[in-house]
Write a protein that binds this ligand. Structure first.
Ligand SMILES: NC(=O)c1ccc[n+]([C@@H]2O[C@H](COP(=O)([O-])OP(=O)(O)OC[C@H]3O[C@@H](n4cnc5c(N)ncnc54)[C@H](O)[C@@H]3O)[C@@H](O)[C@H]2O)c1
Length: 434
């Protein structure tokens, strides 16, 4: 049985490790965060990801999955090391690769046998994989080799386990063809297309894919603004466009725009890559501007509808950047809440799972209250604002919610509920796009 080490057991690393263990490999997950490791040893998942807990529990008990905070220890046995640490936005907009560099340096200093280093973290092309290969070549003991293979991850939070087992494709970028083929072979049981290419192309495929999806979202939001001017309905337009197989309906939902740990940072990083290499990207700049504009537009619509925000009570439903996750990184809701509070409104908010994470990042505010459910959040509010596409919000008893509110204004930032039905229930519906 192959032994695989996974450095960084966050959303990507834990999913990868648990799914590889489920496929029969022996996996050791390693993280610098000891609290995370201690929780995982007791089969407790440190974040919310549907379907992951039973996988971790089953594979821990079967002895195929284990966790440690000691990276050196796992390198005694591992034949492959997946690096799944964070690559957040650095001060210039480019990806901060310090976590990856620390993990690569640890491998270089502690490896005791030949192994393959698999970069699953999202890492910009243009010399970075080469840099890590040089560190390994320079710092490994002379008798050892550790070829680098780039294997970007495409899973979506909220359906990460499903996406691991049913990927549209696996991309493997390697200079060392044999090492690339060994990594590709790991995924053979999944019976999906595997693209074997060079590292730079694998790296750029990841950035280009995320930037394209983000561009689709900003595109439909731009069309939404035009639709409002010309009296068209953007949801009908998106439906009409999406039925064209060349376009496809996914990521054409007009609304509050994208957030999360990937799209914002990867679009920014791709723009920085273009700049660093002497070109610039007008398209990526526009994608980011439009996206930021949607959050401001939401606040403006509420302000205009309520005749100002000073002293108003607002209910914000949803904190996570999308449904089925507790991830609030770059979540539009957090920006909107900050803007509302800054302009004098009081905000009562509720999210099914993400409140604790939001409280870690949103500065405490005397006019911001976290509630236990949507009805409590709506009580006494002048307007309600849907910021996350949780199914729970679609299924609310909107009559009851409306009766608890002081006003009757609702702004659906996610196109979740039917405006016609809401109007019949006595709501005054605002939209980010008509
Ligand atoms: N989250 C997603 O949906 C997603 C999807 C595709 C790709 N990615 C990419 O995958 C990478 C990881 O993302 P994530 O969301 O899982 O991040 P995360 O923040 O959830 O997890 C990263 C983990 O790495 C740990 N870590 C940091 N330095 C370490 C080190 N030197 N050794 C061991 N562990 C270390 C951190 O403590 C943390 O637990 C990023 O590059 C991201 O862009 C993320």
């Amino acid at each position: 049985m192959k032994t695989i080490a996974v450095f960084g057991v966050g959303y990507v690393g834990l999913t990868t490790g648990a799914c590889l263990a489920e496929m029969g490999y022996r996996v050791v997950g390693c993280d610098v965060n000891e609290t995370k490791i201690n929780l995982l040893r007791q089969a407790q998942i440190p974040f919310s990801e549907p379907g992951l807990a039973p996988l971790v529990e089953r594979n821990l008990s079967a002895g195929r999955l284990s966790f440690t905070a000691d990276g050196r220890e796992v390198l005694h046995d591992a034949e492959m090391v997946f690096i799944c640490v964070g690559t957040p936005t650095g001060p210039s907009g480019a990806a901060d690769l310090s976590q990856v560099e620390a993990a690569v340096r640890l491998v270089a200093s502690a490896a005791t046998r030949p192994l393959i280093v698999i970069l699953k973290s999202t890492i910009p092309p243009g010399g970075t994989a080469e840099h890590f290969a040089e560190i390994l070549a320079r710092e490994l003991p002379p008798q050892l080799t550790a070829p680098i293979v780039v294997n970007p991850e495409f899973l979506r939070e909220g359906s990460a386990v499903h996406d691991f087992f049913f990927p549209d494709r696996v991309v493997v970028g390697a200079w060392d063809r044999a090492a690339g083929e060994q990594v590709a072979a790991l995924y053979a049981p999944l019976r999906c297309p595997v693209l074997l290419t060079d590292p730079a192309s694998a790296q750029l495929t990841k950035y280009a894919s995320n930037a394209f999806l983000a561009a689709k979202i900003s595109f439909i939001n731009e069309v939404g603004r035009i639709a409002e001017q010309v009296g068209a309905n953007v949801y009908a337009v998106a439906q009409g466009m999406g039925l064209d197989e060349r376009i496809g309906g996914d990521f054409l939902e007009a609304g509050l725009g994208y957030g999360g740990s990937c799209f914002p940072k990867d679009v920014k990083a791709l723009a920085a890559i273009a700049e660093e290499h002497g070109s610039s990207s007008a398209l990526l700049g526009a994608v980011m501007d439009i996206n930021a504009g949607q959050r401001r537009l939401a606040v403006e619509k509420l302000r205009d509808a309520l005749g100002g925000l000073e002293g108003k009570n607002l209910c914000v439903l949803g904190l996570a950047f999308k449904a089925d996750t507790d991830d609030v990184r770059e979540a539009p809701a957090l920006d909107v809440i900050s803007m509302l509070c800054d302009q004098g409104a009081s905000v009562r908010t509720y999210d099914p799972v993400a409140a604790a994470r939001a409280q870690e990042v949103l500065p405490p505010h005397s006019r911001l209250l976290y509630c236990q459910d949507a009805y409590e959040a709506a009580t006494g509010s002048d307007a309600a604002f849907i910021a996350t596409d949780w199914k729970e919000f679609r299924d609310l008893d909107w009559n009851r919610l409306g009766s608890l509110m002081k006003g009757n204004t609702i702004l659906d930032g996610r196109g979740l509920i039917s405006p016609q039905q809401m109007r019949e229930n006595g709501f005054r519906c605002l939209a980010l796009a008509s």
